[in-house]
Design a protein around this ligand. Structure first.
Ligand code: PTJ
Length: 252
């Protein structure tokens, strides 16, 4: 912790999360642009009331159904996610039986090593995409995100890519993969292009996903298929925007 945030502070929770990210930046886990991305996220979190709203719950349930029905699902991690919720994403990976892969936009050897060490310290047994794991390049992508694990994103049919940039989402969708994202900004290119967009804060989404996965694991495939079939990402994004609009109307 860089500063002591008293629990009585009216914005204590948000400040704790911010401190985690700053700590992650100081340890070389978070990219400079990750700090900017976080600020943008905080702003949208204000707009949705800093709570998991109904549209996020619906998308979370659909995301869990998609992960449970997938043949080769993978959870992609960037610097922000690894800093904000390392324990929680490891728990989700274990509960769902889905591997973790580090995939970076601002990829450097130093960040790869720091993130691998960080995740191992938090109890991850295997982290794809870095270290000794064999990687290949996806041709559709120009950025360093094209470097992916042969056992992970390369063969995946479903990729969970929270806090993502639009290019990769488009490239992954174009290459026939299904993309689940978490993005507080319902207007971002990623939010618009993904098959499932959870408009919520990653720190709330991941524990909720674990809870739902544990429950939904026992559902028959038919029921999971129906949850997916009944989910409409466009409609759900409209619901998020409508919620923000109504909230602003009420507050103003
Ligand atoms: O670690 P790297 O090198 O892979 O880089 C990661 C960043 C985040 C810098 C990179 O993916 C990036 O540039 O992303 P963008 O294009 O800034 O998009 C990030 C999106 O995540 C934005 O739409 C933010 O509103 C959103 N966001 C930020 N913080 C959160 C969030 N969404 C959910 N929860 C958050 N805590």
């Amino acid at each position: 912790m860089l500063i002591e945030v008293p629990d009585s502070h009216p914005r204590a929770q948000s400040l704790h999360v911010r401190e985690k990210l700053i700590e992650g930046f100081d340890k070389g886990l978070v990219a400079k642009a990750g700090l900017i991305a976080h600020g943008r996220g905080e702003c949208f979190d204000y707009l949705i009331g800093e709570k998991t709203q109904h549209f996020a719950e619906l998308a979370t349930e659909a995301a869990c159904a998609m992960l449970l029905l997938a043949e080769h699902p993978v959870l992609s991690l960037n610097g922000n996610v690894a800093s904000l919720c390392p324990d929680e994403i490891i728990e989700l990976s274990k509960a769902a039986g889905v591997p973790l892969e580090i995939n970076l936009f601002y990829r450097t050897k130093e960040r790869e090593d720091a993130l691998l060490k960080h995740m191992e310290k938090h109890g991850a047994h295997e982290v794809l995409g870095v270290g000794n794991d064999e990687t290949v390049q996806i041709e559709e992508l120009q950025s360093k995100r094209r470097i992916v694990s042969k056992k992970g994103i390369y063969i995946a049919d479903v990729v969970f890519v929270p806090l993502e940039d639009g290019d990769r989402t488009e490239a992954l969708v174009a290459s026939g993969k299904k993309v689940i994202t978490v993005d507080l900004n319902p207007l971002s290119r990623t939010a618009q292009k993904a098959q499932i967009t959870i408009v919520d804060n990653i720190v709330r989404t991941v524990p909720l996903m674990t809870e739902k996965i544990k429950e939904m694991k026992n559902y028959p495939q038919k029921r999971l298929g129906e949850i997916l079939k009944n989910f409409d990402n466009k409609k759900n994004l409209q619901a998020a925007l409508y919620f923000i609009m109504q909230r602003l109307k009420e507050l103003s």
